[in-house]
Write a protein that binds this ligand. Sequence first.
Ligand SMILES: CC(C)(COP(=O)(O)OP(=O)(O)OC[C@H]1O[C@@H](n2cnc3c(N)ncnc32)[C@H](O)[C@@H]1OP(=O)(O)O)[C@@H](O)C(=O)NCCC(=O)NCCS
Length: 195
Amino acid sequence: MPLTRALPALVASTGPGSFDRMPELIRPTVSLRDSWLASRDEWGRDVQQYGSGLHPEDDVDTAAGFSAWVRRLIDEGDVCVPAAPGRVHADYWWIVEDDTYLGCITLRHALNDFLLRAGGHVGYGVRPSARGRGHAAWALRSILPRARELGLERLLLTCADDNPASARTIENVGGTLEDVRETELGLTRRYWVTT
Ligand SMILES: CC(C)(COP(=O)(O)OP(=O)(O)OC[C@H]1O[C@@H](n2cnc3c(N)ncnc32)[C@H](O)[C@@H]1OP(=O)(O)O)[C@@H](O)C(=O)NCCC(=O)NCCS
């Protein structure tokens, strides 16, 4: 069975949380399209959503386009499907609460030159109305077992030097700062998190 097909739909919560309701990590699904679109509109239509796997050419406003995008996200984690040129395999999850989409997190299975320099193993984003409750740190902790399963003993986490919310998220999960360097993404903080 392909590795991603063997992934559980839900990832158990790990670490402390201060949530009124428990969030869950689920695989991307067309069933949350309306909620995802509401979140997209909160971000702004042309705003880059970190860790979402959304490309400018994805047509998420049609049911067929949304479905094709979700299919691609699932396929990107399937090691039986060759990765697109210049890309590595990646697992995508959505952070949800009941049937509400809150954000996303992605775990790249390997680092290429760009990812080692600037992008890192993980991307994440939380919709503006759901921020301030530590969902990103919770999601990051929750995917560490999957990273171990992939044989990744430590993960490279990066963020812009002027993104304190992301830097704090990484530090809250025990990230150790390796360096702050100029990259094609600007001045970038590079941390390692032990899985
Ligand atoms: C980064 C992001 C995912 C964090 O969302 P979140 O999980 O809701 O994070 P929170 O708002 O709970 O904040 C996390 C930590 O950062 C701190 N923080 C948040 N904004 C901050 C700011 N402007 N200055 C300093 N610290 C800040 C919080 O106090 C919290 O730290 P604490 O738990 O030690 O108190 C969210 O801000 C986001 O989606 N940003 C846009 C996309 C992005 O930057 N993704 C990461 C790319 S590397």
